[in-house]
Design a protein around this ligand. Sequence first.
Ligand code: FAD
Length: 259
Amino acid sequence: MNVLIVFAHPEPRSLNGALKDFAVKRLEAGGHTVQVSDLYAMQWKATLDADDSTGRNASERFYPDRDSKRAFANGLQSADIEREQDKLRWADAVIFQFPLWWFSMPAILKGWFERVYAYGFGYGVGEHSDVRWGDRYGEGTLAGKRAMLVVTTGGWESHYSPRGINGPIEDILFPIQHGLLYYPGFDVLPPFVAYRTRGIDDAQFEAMREALGQRLDNLWTTPPIAYLPQNAGAYEIPTLTLKPELSPGQAGFAIHVAQ
Ligand code: FAD
């Protein structure tokens, strides 16, 4: 299988760097082919702007979505964006690895999603009409591929538990897992989260590596999170609200996972 690791940490000698190197070795030892997009090492351009498409008339107003659509459809995207889209097409599974920074991903990785998920690739895919809002949430360009987050935190596991002060980790990661991974079609595996990473000793590091290794060994067999697909009858048309008979009386992120 082909595995792409999209990696966002500025320091190769960090804990994240060590876990990424371990992941590459473990996957290759399992017979997989691995590519890494090391965003800081690549000096990835994080800002989405008018330079992302070639052949624009510089005097015209820039429209982030319209210009993205035109560039994607006409082969006018900048080369760095095209390369990342090709890696996604090549991959059977994609691992996104990053330290949790301010309750989300580092800005460089957010910028990767903003630019690589072009109109026609990440969004704006399929029929858009009165009865259908495109191929998304379970369908789309990346359908059939698996994705998994590998995240490290400073906070303790209890801080991210259902009653923890930071809020449940499932909620914090929902906009990424549901909004960025399930949206263009990925099957999203439960995340690997390494909590309380500050000052860990060799034994804790070894246990962390082994736990990650198990998750990598099971990349193809782990059941994905059972998010409800948009176009399979769970949502009202055209409001795209969950039908009242599903999770009756409840609201929030969790209702979008099959009970
Ligand atoms: P490192 O700092 O590199 O290492 C952590 C520990 O792992 C070290 O102390 C050491 O014991 C060990 N280690 C380091 N390198 C190696 C190695 N090569 N081999 C073996 N062991 C090693 N945390 C939260 O919980 N929530 C937040 O919202 C949040 N926001 C943040 C925002 C910013 C801007 C920053 C800088 C940090 C934030 N943090 C937050 C903390 C952050 O998530 C952690 O610092 C990060 O996950 C640790 O990963 P690292 O790779 O940088 O670890």
